[in-house]
Design a binder for this molecule. Structure first.
Ligand SMILES: Cc1cc2nc3c(=O)[nH]c(=O)nc-3n(C[C@H](O)[C@H](O)[C@H](O)COP(=O)(O)OP(=O)(O)OC[C@H]3O[C@@H](n4cnc5c(N)ncnc54)[C@H](O)[C@@H]3O)c2cc1C
Ligand code: SF4
Length: 336
């Protein structure tokens, strides 16, 4: 029986493992954390349908539960990968016939953009923090109060030469719109402003959400970038921005600032390039063999990619790539 190692237990890796198992392949799924699920373990409801992230994860975990030819090794970080062998940080070596890399992305660390005061001022939070606050049912200011004026800032750590992240993270515009609507559900009286450079609503139903945010929820969209944030003596945040449509500088007091943090290439990718002869794109994401006819294949025969390891992607796209990578690996094994 052929044996494939899938590295990364996020949605892409779990979907890939389940498709391989269906075709009678033996699978080892490696996950460096103590639980599978990847970033979705921290998300609340998913755009564009508001499906609970936990519902998607439960369905994927259910497909893997009790599978005969599956070994899930959590707390196991892969450090070097070849089509024949995967090495773990513990030094353990696992033999295989092919490998699928589904190691996903790293969230941009908002502390790097010091001008926004994340980690310094109260009530400056990231979109990832807000997802967890929604899940816990605790969207509150530091003093326990309800926010009345909220600013959401787009493109934090994306499309930004200064922090070496030139790419667009693709999912944060729609996340910002989704979170603005969710905040208006919780606090109908609050005023919510989205500060954006461009609004990129690439997926089905996304443009509709953007319109709905304006027409049904009265979310305000301001074309401009916040340049500076400072605390005021009455526990508010003063933001300075420029409205680039009118050309006017703006100063505004808000209770809460949400930073839409970008999807950065996985920090481990450079290691993979060094140790496994794989290729990286200038953005740091892994380079597929061919963008059209080989986008789940790597430049090394027998090593495949699935999900956000090659570019920012949404959940649907990551799941599809899990299926595609399983199919590509099976075809490759059959040709050997
Ligand atoms: C704030 C935010 C909100 C989002 N909300 C939505 C949404 O509502 N709807 C939507 O469609 N998309 C959303 N997305 C996108 C979604 O998170 C991604 O599409 C999805 O997480 C990609 O899945 P993945 O399996 O490729 O990667 P990940 O979720 O990153 O999973 C990768 C897994 O690999 C593991 N791993 C990494 N390196 C190793 C290693 N060396 N060895 C072993 N394991 C390793 C990680 O621990 C992780 O469990 C959002 C993204 C952000 C940033
Ligand atoms: S999706 Fe929107 S917020 Fe995210 S980087 Fe692209 S333009 Fe900026």
């Amino acid at each position: 029986m052929k044996h494939v190692i899938v590295i990364g237990g996020g949605v892409a890796g779990m979907q890939c493992a389940s498709e391989l198992l269906k075709e009678g392949v033996k699978v080892t799924l490696l996950e460096k954390e103590q639980n599978t699920g990847g970033k979705l373990r921290n998300w609340y409801k998913l755009f564009p349908t508001y499906t609970p992230a936990e519902e998607v994860l439960s369905a994927l975990r259910h497909k893997l539960t009790g599978a005969k030819n599956l070994t899930i090794k959590t707390g196991s970080e892969a450090t070097a990968i070849t089509p024949k062998k995967v090495t773990l940080s513990s030094g353990e070596e696992l033999d295989c016939d092919a490998a699928v890399i589904a190691t996903g992305f790293t969230l941009f660390d908002a502390r790097i953009k010091e001008e926004y005061g994340y980690g310094i001022y109260d009530n400056v939070i990231t979109s990832a923090d807000l997802e967890q606050m929604f899940t816990r049912g605790e969207v509150r200011l530091k003093n326990g109060g309800k926010p009345k004026r909220i600013a959401i800032l787009h493109c934090v750590g994306s499309r930004d030469e200064k922090v070496c992240q030139r790419h667009c993270s693709k999912v944060c515009c729609v996340t910002g719109v989704k979170q603005a609507i969710e905040l208006k559900h919780l606090f109908p009286e609050a005023t919510v402003f989205n500060f954006y450079m461009d609004i990129r609503m690439f997926g089905p139903g996304y443009e509709e959400m953007y319109r709905e945010a304006q027409t049904q929820y009265n979310v305000h969209f301001v074309r401009g970038r916040i340049s500076e944030v400072s605390p005021t003596f009455d526990d508010k945040l003063q933001i300075k921005a420029e409205d680039t449509l009118t050309g006017r500088p703006l100063k505004m007091g808000v209770d809460m600032l949400v930073l839409l943090v970008g999807m950065k290439a996985n920090d481990l990718n450079s290691d993979l390039v060094e140790k496994s002869f794989l290729k990286q794109q200038p953005s740091g994401f892994m380079q597929p063999r061919n963008s059209f006819l080989g986008n789940v294949e790597s430049n090394v025969g027998g090593i495949f990619y699935a999900g956000a390891v090659t570019a920012p992607k949404n959940v649907g796209e990551s799941l599809n790539e899990g299926t595609a990578a399983a199919r590509a690996a099976i075809e490759w094994l059959a040709r050997k």
